[in-house]
Design a protein around this ligand. Structure first.
Ligand SMILES: Cc1ncc(COP(=O)(O)O)c(C=O)c1O
Length: 372
């Protein structure tokens, strides 16, 4: 698999060129509104002093970092505000490769392709640990795969693409593997507001010096275009305290700082948004999961109902998840999904559908017509 060339656009462009109406279930961009505070924050910002239009502090504007620190119960000096979870993952993975012995990054299969692309880009070795049939990651399998060469272990919960949620025990076990093998656990928690199981846990709760948690407002506030994310590094007075210094330097040399208006809008949105916004998004997605999975049941597809996030990974009878079949589904059924092959080999027979479209019902009907 060529992970260095992102494949999402390839499928989206094919769908856009199709000679018929297509329901786009490829992209992971939310189709719902951000919290009202985002728009209000942007408006307020536009009327600010010229001084506020200049560089932000490199690690992020103070009130935003304070909010993030409070949410995770950590001190503010552990946080770098980044350009999305993508940059946070980049800082964490490069920091792990530099700061720990070994050249290997351990990933899960199926994998969010940008982790694998980044590992290749950084010229790291990669080892993939397959998940079980339900998408669960067995920490013992991670332990068995990790060795003296392992510098970084990357996990993601709620998971893209499987929809699996790792609970507190799983997270603690993964952090223990990282400690025992002298590696860094990078825990991408960008979908943590989309938990339907009640079991989601942050790796930060393990209190391990071998954990960096990454996150963003991209999905939780439906603002993927704003590019506001963050990484929470280990305590600065502990054995891995230098990780944040190196990450801050790398972030500064690359970006100087993140976008100040975007950080301001997010800060204001945090101050004015209550839990009902996140509950509303979860309710919307639960209803879509219901509709979509109902259609999958009707055609005898094999899938695991997502416990979190907004993707469903599906195996249709005699219709493997190749790029060729993804294109066929666009042309013949009018539904665009992502080939499982883009996420590694463990689910190469599946297709991944994103529920971030108001047309889930139409897609469900089309799939029933096509496979029924
Ligand atoms: C698992 C995972 N991590 C990170 C990202 C990227 O997040 P951001 O847009 O905040 O960079 C995505 C986007 O789809 C994702 O699925």
């Amino acid at each position: 698999m060529d992970y260095e060339t992102p494949q999402f656009y390839r499928v989206m462009q094919y769908a856009a060129r199709a000679d018929r109406d297509v329901v786009d279930m490829v992209s992971g961009s939310p189709d719902w509104d951000p919290p009202a505070g985002v728009r209000a924050g942007l408006r307020e910002y536009a009327d600010g002093d010229a001084g506020e239009f200049q560089y932000a502090p490199s690690r992020g504007v103070r009130p935003l970092r304070e909010h993030i620190a409070a949410r995770h119960g950590v001190s503010e000096d552990r946080i770098v505000v980044t350009n999305g979870a993508g940059e946070a993952n980049h800082l964490a993975m490069t920091g792990g490769l530099e700061g720990f012995d070994g050249e290997e990054i351990l990933l899960v299969d199926p994998v969010y392709p940008y982790y694998a692309g980044r590992a290749n880009f950084l010229e790291a070795e990669t080892t993939f640990v397959p998940v079980d049939a339900e998408g669960r990651l067995d920490p013992q399998a991670v332990r068995a795969a990790a060795g003296s060469e392992t510098a970084v272990i990357v996990v993601n919960s709620p998971n893209n693409p499987t929809g699996a949620v790792y609970d507190a025990d799983a997270m603690a076990a993964l952090a223990a593997v990282a400690e025992d093998t002298d590696a860094l656990l990078v825990s991408d928690e960008v979908y943590d507001r989309f938990d339907y199981s009640g079991r989601v846990a942050s790796a930060l709760d393990c209190g391990s010096p071998n954990v960096v948690a990454t996150n963003a407002f991209s999905k939780s506030m439906a603002i993927t275009g704003f590019r506001v994310g963050y990484a929470v590094f280990p305590p600065t007075d502990g054995p891995t305290g230098r990780l944040i210094e190196r990450a801050t330097t790398r972030h500064m040399l690359t970006n100087v700082s993140g976008s100040r208006p975007a950080q301001y809008a997010v800060q204001r949105a945090i101050e004015t948004t209550d839990s009902s916004y996140y509950e509303g998004a979860r309710d919307r997605l639960r209803a879509r999961i219901e509709t979509f999975c109902g259609a999958l049941d009707a055609v005898g597809a094999v899938y695991t109902r997502p416990d979190g996030g907004f993707y469903v990974l599906v195996r249709f009878p005699e219709f493997p998840g190749t790029f060729e079949n993804a294109y066929r589904l666009i042309d013949e059924a009018g539904v665009a999904g992502m080939p499982g092959a883009a996420f590694g080999s463990a689910r190469a027979d599946s297709l991944r559908f994103s529920l971030t479209t108001p047309r889930v019902e139409t897609a469900a009907e089309r799939l029933v017509d096509y496979f029924g």
